[in-house]
Design a protein around this ligand. Structure first.
Ligand SMILES: N[C@@H](CCC(=O)N[C@@H](CS)C(=O)NCC(=O)O)C(=O)O
Length: 221
């Protein structure tokens, strides 16, 4: 018989896994959290996600679902009477999915090189990351959150920027999200991190900073 309940396979420093925890907490769904060592993945993770072998994986009553954005949508549908994560209107839902795809495909790819670049190369990758985030910032115009007056799907998907980007900035010495260049995004960082379910799930800043410093050294060696 399939195991009952909700289990999340994550990794404490993963910005993708935290999306799943935020979505479950917004819904008020209790879950068991399994922290994976990505250098030595558990048999359970490999069994539940044999295709990409990545975290996060959500296991709901024994059934596994992989890919963080798909999991967040699944959570919204499976617990449809709880907190609404996806917009109610089909057009707004399509727009939220569009921006989420844009952020994951374009902005994440533009942000990553900031982590290791130095000198003039770093200035160029910072400008590219800012261009991408400026485009994304349009989805925030006139709103408190990407979801409107409250946190929604797009906030959950791009929420990691609010906590991880300042750490990337500190580790690399680059300024990406500044009041001058990205005022709406910067103000949203503060609002998003003040939301209870968001702040109670964040990993310790010192530990995340130390891990990212070590990763940068490794990647730059
Ligand atoms: N597109 C995937 C990305 C997941 C992902 O990259 N997970 C990383 C941790 S943040 C991972 O499991 N890395 C281990 C590996 O690639 O083997 C999602 O959104 O779920």
């Amino acid at each position: 018989m399939a195991e009952k309940g909700v289990k999340v396979f994550g990794m404490w420093a993963s910005p993708m896994a935290i999306r799943v925890e935020w979505a479950l907490r917004l819904k008020g769904v209790g879950y068991e959290y399994v922290d994976e060592d990505l250098a030595s993945k558990s048999d359970a993770l490999l069994r539940h996600n044999p295709v990409t072998k990545k975290v996060p994986v959500l296991v709901h009553d024994g059934k596994p679902i992989a890919e963080s954005t798909i999991i967040v949508e699944y959570i919204d549908e499976a617990w449809k009477d709880g907190y609404p994560i996806m917009p109610a209107d089909p057009y707004d839902r399509a727009q939220a999915r569009f921006w989420a795809r844009f952020a994951d495909d374009k902005c994440n790819a533009a942000i990553f090189p900031v982590f290791t670049a130095t000198g003039e190369a770093q200035r160029e990758v910072v400008r590219e990351a800012q261009r991408c985030l400026k485009t994304l910032e349009k989805a925030l115009e006139g709103k408190k959150f990407f979801g409107g007056d409250a946190v929604g799907y797009l906030d959950v998907v791009v929420g990691w920027y609010a906590y991880w980007l300042p750490i990337i900035e500190e580790v690399s010495g680059a300024d990406v999200v500044t009041d001058e260049e990205l005022p709406l995004m910067k103000a949203w960082f503060g609002r998003f991190l003040a939301v209870d379910v968001v702040k109670e799930t964040l990993p310790p800043r010192d530990k995340l900073l130390a891990l990212n410093k070590a990763r940068r050294e490794q990647l730059s060696a």
